[in-house]
Design a binder for this molecule. Structure first.
Ligand code: HEM
Length: 168
């Protein structure tokens, strides 16, 4: 009877974990893991990379880094989480939306650093109506990922990845 109960509990916890995760599409590229799902006009994102510095995702650049919508974040030595909405102001530059006169549209910010790996979780609207974000309408979108060895959000990346996703 005890064994049966334990087995039922194990199976139950597996199915709970599965039902919470099943909506996420998971893309692994190089060292990065990018998980995403769309729920009611919002994209939920989980970003993971083996670094203790910042990690970031950018959507739809036109030239290198220009015109992309970035969400960039880090977890510092004290566990303090910073996650910021940025915009690609040039081929090799980006700035916080709030500094450009826009709005930081990132919600549900969560960050964790463990065993040399950083995980960020957050949500963004598919269409924030902010001119410093891109509209993630149905169709294909370019995703760029970057990570740095440093927590300083203005320091350069040492790793990059690029791929496409399709929003239904
Ligand atoms: C935080 C400050 C950042 C600095 C100072 C910076 C700097 C640069 C520089 C100098 C280049 C020119 C190519 C090179 O030297 O590697 C570059 C290219 C690039 N960066 Fe950044 N970057 C930053 C953040 C980001 C972020 C957050 C992303 C994406 C999430 C990103 C994605 C890219 C991509 C896709 C390229 C083009 C690579 C190529 O096609 O040659 N960068 N960046």
């Amino acid at each position: 009877m005890k064994k049966f109960l334990i087995l039922t509990l194990i199976l139950l916890s597996f199915s709970v974990a599965f039902s919470q995760d099943q909506d996420y599409a998971v893309v692994t590229k190089d060292d990065f893991t990018f998980s995403w799902r769309v729920v009611d006009g919002t994209m939920d994102i989980i970003l993971e990379a083996p670094t203790t510095g910042w990690i970031s995702v950018g959507f739809d650049p036109t030239k290198k880094m220009k015109d992309a919508n970035y969400i960039i974040g880090s977890v510092d030595k004290n566990g303090e989480v910073t996650i910021q909405d940025n915009f690609g102001t040039g081929p090799i530059s980006h700035k916080p939306d709030e500094k450009l006169g826009g709005v930081d549209n990132v919600a549900n910010k969560f960050g964790e650093e463990k065993d040399g790996k950083t995980t960020l979780k957050f949500s963004i609207p598919l269409d924030s109506k902010d001119k410093f974000d891109v509209v993630l309408n149905p169709g294909k979108h370019t995703v760029i990922l970057a990570s740095s060895k440093s927590d300083k959000l203005t320091s350069k990346h040492n790793k990059l990845a690029k791929f496409e996703i399709e929003i239904k």
